[in-house]
Design a protein. Structure first.
Length: 267
């Protein structure tokens, strides 16, 4: 299991974003709220005072459970009622209005559903202002994520994918086809990323989440969990940090990345 380089899920599973959104927005589940706070609250310092903030691949729009961001423009390839603008991440068809006008892009657990993530990063840099940011949360293909994906036949991964090629790494026949190794392949080696994307600087690259995800109750699906109060959730988070510090390739389930645009794309 640990040494598997690829796994292809037998079925592509599309979450029910309507019911998941209703569940999350009404939730008093402290475990889930703690997890969402970990994923989103750190973004506040990057979006504070900014005018144009766009989330790509918003899905159920759960970011607004944590951040009261009236300025955040929610986009998705599917035009749900809560989505402000229909946008394909592979095309980012925002129009001339947003060229070099976007202060912050947010991508939360959706880049791995993009068949051409390098092209998406390239196109974002065209719309970003200089010194603008891309804030990313993505799955980390550790031993335990691989194990979960195999046991649940949940999503696919390939550590062989050529993510820097500007070519599709899988067939974009459905917005729910995925490769959960995308973030690891793109961002694990900072120097390699800088070579292919000189317009960006990686300002943050952090691994996180183990038990706080497994015992959250679920974001894109609902599953059993042990209810805990904030004190014990903080203890679990410290426990996670220790496990991930010593054995990141075993336990980490999430990678957080902050990209800053420092140059114009000259390609």
């Amino acid at each position: 299991m640990f040494f598997l380089k690829e796994y292809k899920a037998k079925k592509v599973k599309a979450p029910d974003n309507f019911s998941n959104r209703e569940r999350i927005m009404a939730s008093k589940n402290k475990n889930l709220i703690f997890l969402l706070n970990k994923r989103f609250s750190w973004m506040r310092k990057y979006i504070k005072g900014k005018k144009t903030i766009i989330e790509l691949g918003s899905g159920n729009g759960c970011i607004k459970k944590i951040i009261d961001g009236k300025k955040i423009i929610l986009t998705d390839i599917t035009k749900y009622p809560w989505i402000d603008k229909k946008v394909d991440m592979m095309k980012i068809n925002l129009g001339k209005k947003y060229l070099k006008k976007v202060d912050v892009f947010i991508i939360n657990h959706s880049l791995h559903h993009c068949a051409n993530p390098a092209l998406t990063l390239e196109k974002m840099s065209i719309y970003l202002k200089k010194n603008g940011y891309v804030l990313i949360n993505e799955p980390e293909t550790s031993f335990f994520l691989k194990l979960i994906q195999v046991l649940l036949d949940d999503e696919s991964w390939s550590l062989k994918a050529k993510v820097f090629s500007r070519k599709n790494i899988f067939n974009p026949k459905s917005p729910w086809v995925s490769n959960t190794a995308v973030a690891q392949l793109l961002f694990k080696d900072n120097k390699k990323f800088q070579k292919y994307f000189p317009q960006y600087k990686i300002e943050k690259n952090k691994l996180s989440e183990f038990t706080i995800f497994l015992n959250s109750g679920g974001v894109n699906s609902s599953f059993l969990h042990v209810k805990l109060n904030c004190f014990f959730l903080k203890i679990l988070n410290i426990f996670d940090s220790i496990l991930i510090f010593f054995l990141p390739s075993i336990f980490a389930l999430n990678r957080t990345i902050v990209l800053k645009k420092i140059n114009e794309n000259k390609k």
